[in-house]
Design a protein around this ligand. Structure first.
Ligand code: C2E
Ligand code: MG
Ligand code: MG
Length: 666
């Protein structure tokens, strides 16, 4: 081609690459074709690909990195394939010539030998002929150039001199088969050492030439220098397995490694995973900018890689501000914990970026366990859960996976998720526990206590699910249902025994008090069930009475105006502030069971507890509030409470919670 023709030719190829860069959907076929066209036009110098790659990333730095990589990959693949095909053609020609020359009768041999010799000497690919016992007897110039030795030097070498530790594992066997005549040809990618020390990767094809009696005599080997392609592959592979920002192994490499470990898990081998997340990284990123964020991540990565570099320890970036350390062949939980502590320590040193000194910390979830019986998914989920524990416990710390805690959380989650359906399926029910007047032991009220008849776990008490119901908000419909059940029951008692019907005391959760509909709900339920408002008592804890700002909740006044009594539940466990009670529409206090538990029999009195109970009762009475003692379990407690002037009591000593039918109204 003339200079102009070359220019035209390259321009047309460049246009095709630019098209591929900007195309909406990337089609690798067209770019591969560009690579092949280069080979067809004899642009086969090894530097061709290298320069093309460099120009691509220099000139199109603004294009998406992924697309550049795709184009580089496709171009290299097209180029390499075309080059290989070309070499194969050449090799085939040589092989045919060699066989042909050998097959010719004596008189033809000179002619065919000459032909073979010409091809051999002038071939662009390296060639050698050796004996089947491994002596090199002929080499061509291309092979000398490729390996940097003179022909004489190469001829003085034997097969063994070319064996390298990174030869493909099957190489020795394949050649043995070849020499033994069990195989006609071998093709492998094999490295050689150039005289000046660098590694030359070759695509090696070796064929047996047999003598007249069909015994293997010679080995003809052809070497294509594929160093460029090999290095490109190595580089592309590195790119695919490393994170461009920090140069750490990426998640793909991490998961490959972990999967390989799990695959040949044997005996009692153990594994450790430390899942690290930089605390508050988003804030840093958002306030100081992404550049600072990036530099910070690079610093963290560098520190982690430097401090955690033991044998079988891999530090990878999972993405964002998450890093992970894989400890292959963990010796013990302690070992993995100490690696995690080291990671926490190195991250804690302040980072200087962009004129800022930033103090950072990290949280780590640590999982350490036998390899057998686990999977990548399970292991990573455990690590993730544990990281969450570390965050929830206040960050800047590590948490160690605890299978029991995890199982409890899973159960909790399952319970929580199945509650709405359970409410629909009527798996909840209400029990009633008497509130007894201490002066005459009469039942003056009952407290409604909800239970869950769970199909798998049996009857669950409220402690197992009320908290969750508050978290999910299900407490609102559940509480409404309990209130309706209880009011219906109370109205029923009132119809059958108007004089003796007990007061109905129902618990309201904090979350219910924060919900606007509570006042409407109570009003509606009273109307629907026909219960007189003063026959209902609502039990609110101190935190349900007081809003988050320390002010009484709006709902409280509105509820009280509807007419039910208001009781403060578990008094003594919250603010226990009498000052606010003075101005609130509250009618009674329920003294928490822990105070009652402190009332000891007279032979072992605890004067302080007794004095507290006495003081609370005294103050409550000053404020015109009645007092109910909870958790009364013994006759002594009952009589102490009575002596101290307490009005009502509730507890197993009188009766446990039970069905409505168990309440005796006589
Ligand atoms: P609470 O309102 O303080 O209810 C009294 C708790 O003390 C009940 O527990 C009751 O079974 C228990 N108890 C009764 N007598 C004794 C005794 O002599 N000794 C001891 N140690 N305990 C006794 P339960 O039924 O497990 O209820 C626990 C809590 O769950 C209740 O505490 C209440 O705060 C809540 N709860 C129950 N039902 C509901 C409901 O329908 N809605 C709401 N929001 N909370 C409810
Ligand atoms: Mg209560
Ligand atoms: Mg209580």
């Amino acid at each position: 081609m003339s200079g102009l023709e070359v220019q035209d030719f390259l321009t047309s190829l460049s246009t095709r690459i630019i098209h591929a860069l900007t195309a909406e959907v990337f089609d690798p076929a067209d770019v591969r074709e560009v690579g092949a066209t280069l080979v067809a036009a004899h642009f086969t110098e090894p530097t061709t690909v290298e320069r093309t790659m460099a120009v691509l990333s220099e000139q199109f730095g603004n294009a998406p990195a992924r697309r550049i990589a795709q184009i580089q990959g496709a171009l290299a693949a097209g180029y390499a394939l075309a080059l290989r095909d070309r070499v194969l053609e050449e090799q085939e020609e040589i092989r045919t010539a060699a066989l042909w020359s050998q097959a010719r009768a004596e008189e033809g041999r000179r002619v065919s030998d000459a032909r073979f010799r010409a091809i051999f000497a002038g071939a662009a690919i390296g060639m050698s002929v050796s004996t089947v016992d491994g002596r090199v007897v002929e080499v061509n110039q291309a092979l000398c150039d490729m390996l940097g030795y003179t022909a004489d030097e190469l001829l003085a070498m034997t097969f063994e001199d070319f064996v390298l530790p990174d030869d493909p594992p099957s190489a020795a066997e394949l050649f043995a088969d070849l020499f033994a005549g069990q195989r006609e040809q071998v093709r492998i990618e094999k490295p050689y050492i150039h005289k000046d020390g660098h590694r030359v990767w070759t695509d090696l094809v070796a064929s047996v030439i047999r003598d007249d009696e069909d015994r293997p005599r010679w080995l003809v080997a052809m070497f294509e220098d594929i160093t460029e392609r090999h290095l490109l592959q190595v580089r592309l592979r590195h790119q695919a397995l490393h994170d461009p920002l920090t140069q750490l192994p990426n998640r793909t490499l991490f998961f490959d490694r972990l999967a390989a470990l799990l695959e040949d898990a044997s005996g009692d081998a153990r594994v450790g995973v430390c899942y690290l997340d930089v605390d508050g990284f988003k804030v840093i990123n958002d306030t100081l900018g992404h550049d600072v964020g990036d530099q910070l991540l690079q610093t963290v990565a560098r520190r982690l890689a430097r401090s955690i570099n033991g044998e079988g320890q891999l530090v990878a970036r999972m993405g964002g501000d998450e890093f992970v350390v894989l400890i292959e062949n963990s010796a013990s939980t302690e070992q993995v914990v100490s690696v995690a502590e080291k990671a926490l320590d190195t991250v804690r040193a302040p980072v200087h970026v962009g004129g800022h000194e930033i103090s950072i910390s990290a949280s780590i979830g640590v999982v350490e366990q036998p390899l057998q019986g686990t999977s990548t998914g399970e292991l990573m989920k455990a690590a993730d859960t544990t990281l969450y524990w570390a965050k929830a416990d206040g960050r800047n710390r590590l948490a160690l996976f605890d299978a029991d805690r995890h199982a409890r959380e899973v159960t909790r989650y399952e319970l929580s998720a199945s509650m709405p359906a359970a409410l629909e399926r009527r798996e909840f029910f209400v029990e009633y526990q008497p509130l007894v007047r201490l002066s005459d032991a009469r039942i003056m009220g009952v407290e409604a206590l909800v239970r869950w008849r769970h199909p798998r776990f049996g009857v669950l008490g409220p402690d197992a699910f009320i908290g969750m119901a508050e978290e999910t908000g299900l407490i609102v419909p559940l509480g409404r249902w309990v209130l309706h059940e209880a009011c219906k029951q109370a109205a029923e008692w009132h119809r059958t025994a108007p004089d003796k019907a007990p007061l109905m005391s129902v618990n309201l959760a904090v979350r219910q008090m924060r919900d606007r509909t509570i006042v409407r709900d109570v009003k509606a339920i009273l109307e629907q069930t026909g219960l007189a408002p003063e026959r209902l008592q609502l039990e609110l804890t101190e935190s349900a009475v007081m809003g988050t700002g320390g002010e009484p909740t709006e709902a409280l006044k509105a509820l009280a105006e509807l007419g039910p009594r208001i009781a403060i539940d578990d008094f003594g466990t919250g603010y226990s502030n009498f000052a606010y009670l003075r101005h609130l529409p509250v009618h009674s206090l329920k003294l928490a069971g822990s105070f009652v538990a402190g009332l000891r029999p007279p032979e072992r009195p605890d004067p302080v507890d007794e004095q507290i109970v006495a003081a609370v009762i005294g103050l409550a009475h000053t404020l015109k509030l009645s007092v109910t003692a909870e958790g009364v379990e013994t006759a002594e407690q009952a009589s102490r409470l009575q002596a101290l002037g307490c009005d009502t009591a509730q507890g197993w000593y009188y009766a446990s919670p039970g069905p409505a039918s168990a309440i005796n109204l006589d």
